[in-house]
Design a protein around this ligand. Structure first.
Ligand SMILES: NC(=O)C1=CN([C@@H]2O[C@H](COP(=O)(O)OP(=O)(O)OC[C@H]3O[C@@H](n4cnc5c(N)ncnc54)[C@H](O)[C@@H]3O)[C@@H](O)[C@H]2O)C=CC1
Ligand SMILES: O=C(O)C1=N[C@H](C(=O)O)C[C@H](O)C1
Length: 267
């Protein structure tokens, strides 16, 4: 059998980290080499509640982890600041990053693209690993050619730290590549309560909803004369992201640049 892909997961006790470690444990050609947590130094994954019986060491310092553990791929599922530091460490140690953490700015992405291009190091930043969500982004880009009036509503659980979601930002970026630039709504429109029209990227508005009971959902609304096109995706649980995480880990082994968005590597 070919060599297993040795993976380090950052954020192993989080909602996504836990699901990802279970996925790795069930994937024959993947091996959990270690995990990076912000506590539990020296413990093993099998010691943590809710995680599978894998004897993989836990580090609190990602550099110590990469110095001690042979690693092919880092999967980061933490928070934006930690995610950026982990991505930098991966680049410094020549480990291929698969970043699910959201909240990176486009400046961050460009900086890492340039640095990784110089090193010919493959990596993936995926604002959303769910295949359906990626398709909605692609379909949104197609639709915006014909429907330049677009608004995005993203809906998430109330433990999410960043707003708007990485998925909504990426969707807006894809739409902006195609649609004519325009300010939506009435030219003299005024908010009587600040934020009523949501966040704005070049005239395109994003509305963020946070409620308990939700997981990850997005609607992209396209208005035309006498018609409305709605594209909607729902993740009802975090298993919905695992096909994409598995695919990203397999694909990153073949890349030599940083790819931003799963839509760029899906067949
Ligand atoms: N790309 C995608 O498809 C998806 C991305 N996400 C993103 O993934 C990230 C994690 O989401 P959740 O699992 O829901 O969050 P969570 O809050 O459940 O988990 C984050 C984990 O990161 C850990 N953490 C924080 N700082 C750390 C550090 N310095 N070192 C190691 N661990 C650290 C926390 O202890 C926590 O266990 C978020 O940015 C979220 O937006 C979430 C779902 C899907
Ligand atoms: O925090 C989440 O849950 C999610 N975050 C990502 C985002 O910001 O788009 C992906 C997905 O929407 C779930």
């Amino acid at each position: 059998m070919e060599n297993k892909i040795r993976i380090v997961v950052a954020g192993p006790r989080g909602r996504m980290g836990t699901e990802t470690i279970h996925m790795i444990s069930k994937t024959p050609h993947f091996e959990l080499a270690a995990a990076v947590d912000h506590k539990n130094e020296g413990m093993s994954i099998k010691d943590l509640e809710g995680l599978p019986d894998i004897d993989a060491p836990i580090y609190t310092d990602i550099k110590a982890c990469f110095s001690n553990v042979e690693t092919d791929v880092l999967i980061d599922l933490t928070h934006p600041e930690a995610g950026k530091a982990h991505l930098q460490a991966a680049v410094d140690y020549g480990v291929r990053p698969v970043i699910g953490t959201s909240g990176f700015t486009s400046e961050d992405v460009v900086r890492f693209e340039q640095e990784m291009e110089k090193k010919r190091l493959g990596g993936i930043i995926a604002p959303n690993f769910a295949i359906g969500a990626v398709l909605v982004m692609k379909f949104s880009q197609m639709a915006s050619k014909y429907f330049p009036d677009v608004e995005i509503i993203e809906l998430h659980h109330d433990q999410k730290r960043d707003a708007p979601s990485g998925t909504a930002v990426k969707t807006a970026e894809l739409v902006q590549k195609v649609r004519e630039s325009k300010q939506q709504g009435h030219p003299d429109e005024k908010e009587t309560i600040q934020g009523a029209r949501g966040a704005e990227i070049e005239g395109l508005h994003i509305h963020s909803v946070r409620l308990p009971g939700l997981v990850a959902h997005q609607e992209v609304l396209f208005g035309g004369e006498g018609e409305l096109l709605t594209l909607r995706h729902d993740s009802f649980n975090r298993k919905s992201f695992m096909t994409g995480v598995r695919y990203a880990v397999e694909t990153v082994m073949t890349l030599e640049t940083l790819v931003y968005g799963l839509e760029n590597i899906l067949d």
